[in-house]
Design a protein around this ligand. Structure first.
Ligand SMILES: [Zn+2]
Length: 248
């Protein structure tokens, strides 16, 4: 057997194994967001949960007792993966945040177009979600929104975009030093609430931080992403009276 045949066989087995663990899902049509809950018993929270994300951020309560998020992000090589629903950027261990005395390690970050979270009903062109997990399994996600209204390119995105994997399942290693902090605004004012992962299995108990400041993305940067993912955002979910707090 030639190498490519072995590779095809191994890849085939891996695909079957993946298909057995979770059902495929998408952002449109029969496997779209309205049906995620029916696709797999593991996705039940998507349709039955009452603390789902994203939500429309409005009516936030100012709480000056909220702690600032401490960032300890470091530069390093990254690996990009086209999951079929977004581009996920995996970082080496070592980047983390501290919030309320708990350390949450940065696991990966990824992008959505348009932004999933709305503020007073308004979406922006794009959002990055920085996904963190604590040692005891608690999740914290930071959302930073982007707009192309100002036209300027984002420098951190400029370093990654030449490496965007265009086909599902494709990965690419970037050996340049990438600092995830390049996706953070200088002003760290945030809204926070309790929600879920915005994609199956829609797991709840996620602490969300949505930064108030909006960064700039250029038209060509946005186009490079939408050429691969024309639309990869979950619609807004019912807040069910959840309390949203602002730290400033
Ligand atoms: Zn996301």
């Amino acid at each position: 057997m030639r190498f490519h045949q072995v590779a095809a066989l191994v890849f085939g087995i891996a695909s079957i194994a993946a298909a057995q663990t979770t059902a495929p899902w998408s952002y449109q049509g029969k496997t779209g967001p309205l049906d995620w809950g029916k696709l797999d018993p593991a996705y039940k929270a998507c349709s039955q949960g009452h603390e789902q994300s994203p939500i429309d951020i409005r009516g936030a309560h100012l709480n000056k007792a909220l702690q600032p998020i401490e960032f300890h992000y470091i530069s390093g090589p990254v690996k990009l993966e086209n999951t079929g629903n977004t581009v996920r950027v995996y970082v080496d261990p070592g980047s983390y945040i501290v919030y309320d005395g708990v350390r949450y390690d940065l696991q990966q970050f990824h992008f959505h177009h348009p932004s999933e979270e709305a503020v007073k009903g308004k979406l922006t062109d794009m959002v990055v979600h920085m996904v963190h997990k604590s040692a005891d399994g608690r999740m914290a996600v930071i959302a930073v929104r982007f707009t192309m209204d100002r036209g300027d390119a984002n420098a951190a995105m400029a370093a990654l975009w030449p490496h965007l994997p265009t086909r599902t399942g494709e990965t690419e290693k970037v050996e340049d030093m990438i600092n995830p902090g390049g996706f953070l605004p200088a002003d760290r004012g945030y809204w926070t609430y309790t929600g879920s992962l915005t994609a199956p299995p829609c797991t709840e108990g996620v602490r969300w931080f949505v930064f108030e400041d909006v960064l700039s993305v250029s038209r060509s940067q946005l186009r490079a992403f939408t050429a691969i993912f024309p639309m990869n955002s979950r619609p807004l979910q019912d807040a069910h009276g959840r309390r949203i707090e602002a730290n400033e």
